[in-house]
Design a protein around this ligand. Structure first.
Ligand code: ADP
Ligand code: MG
Length: 331
């Protein structure tokens, strides 16, 4: 296989273009100075971008590059899901160190192409340059939805139930295991894969938006408490979370059995769950349960919206739980 230096910037872009289906005329994807895209009639365009920096967001030694490719798009898909929108297009910008192995790039593109195909999301362009530091990956995603259906952080109402999808804390525990040297191929794969290959809740997000049952929604990337804090800031509300109601996987519970509060710590502040957290009026409870059943994704009420302006996590004895960290922040 040729190296990156022989292939060059434009050779690499050609290779990327060949691997991803391109939009059809009158739309235009990779190859011109800019892309031309046509959202469906009556839809607003929803745009989000995420940056993944080597050594900050990922370590190439933790798993195959294919999974990094999947995750690079998954975290963006999750942002579109959290707005209740349908993913349509994405842009890929890469800063690649000189001499970086082409096989790793190919593995990355394999995973990215898989995830894109699974979600019918078209690669419409990007940018490519060298890096004096590590590998940096930026994905910008565009989705669409009818404006009246789009779910924002700012809609929470007093006494709404707070719901979460799936289970919480697995990804943070997976990261902890990876940092301790555990690798794929053993008994902890389910946890490691929650960190390395998260599942964006795309279909669920759209279903919830289209059902009109939800007041506010966010995806849990920084940890439940931090992300509920974002809903609170935008909605002018607070929330109370009952820790014993948090959905915890069997793998998380058994791994942490000797430390009673550790699973809760991970579940409320671990981050990178990429589950959906939303608030909805109590009267919509049964209808939301029905959606959970049809979608085959657990949805759990973990607390309620309050007017305190703060997010509180309550222990089974009624006292307030103080997590030792309340979500990942960069600076
Ligand atoms: P310009 O110099 O005008 O910015 P480029 O040479 O950077 O154009 O890009 C040429 C075309 O290739 C553009 O359509 C751009 O969107 C696309 N492109 C560049 N890098 C990537 C990439 N990493 N992934 C997808 N498309 C890319
Ligand atoms: Mg460019």
């Amino acid at each position: 296989m040729k190296g990156l230096a022989e292939l060059g910037e434009f050779g690499l872009i050609d290779r990327i273009r060949a691997r991803f289906p391109q939009p059809a005329a009158p739309e235009l994807g990779i190859g011109d100075d800019a892309a031309l895209l046509s959202p469906s009639a009556g839809c607003q365009v929803i745009v989000s971008t995420d940056l993944l920096a080597e050594g900050v967001h990922f370590d190439l030694g933790f798993g195959p590059a294919r999974l990094l490719g999947r995750k690079s798009l998954a975290v963006n898909l999750s942002d579109i899901a959290s707005m209740g929108a349908i993913p349509r297009w994405f842009f890929l910008s890469l800063a690649i160190p000189a001499g970086f192995p082409l096989a790793t790039i190919e593995g990355f593109l394999d995973g990215l192409a898989e995830q894109a195909a699974e979600h019918n999301c078209i690669l419409a362009g990007g940018d490519t340059c060298g890096s004096k530091g590590g590998l940096t990956i930026s994905v910008t995603i565009m989705g669409e939805q009818r404006s009246e259906l789009i779910l924002k952080r700012g809609g929470a109402q007093l006494d709404d139930e707070v719901w979460v999808s799936g289970t919480l804390g697995d990804s943070a525990l997976g990261l902890k295991l990876l940092l301790e040297g555990v690798r794929l191929g053993g008994a902890d794969d389910s946890l490691l894969l929650r960190q390395l290959d998260p599942t964006p809740r795309c279909a669920l997000g759209v279903k919830l938006a289209e059902a009109g049952l939800v007041n506010a929604m966010i995806d849990i990337s920084d940890g439940l408490l931090a992300d509920l804090g974002h809903i609170g800031e935008q909605s002018g509300t607070g929330a109370e979370i009952l820790l014993e109601q948090l959905p915890l996987s069997a793998a998380l519970q058994s791994c942490c059995s000797s430390l009673p509060e550790f699973p809760w710590q991970l579940a409320v502040s671990g981050g990178e769950d990429y589950e959906l957290c939303f608030t909805a009026p109590v009267c919509n409870h049964a209808a939301i349960q029905k959606i959970s059943k049809t979608a085959g994704i657990p949805l759990t009420v973990v607390g309620k919206v309050t007017d305190s302006g703060q997010v509180k996590a309550i222990l089974p004895d009624g006292t307030i739980f103080k997590p030792s960290a309340s979500g990942y922040t960069h600076f």
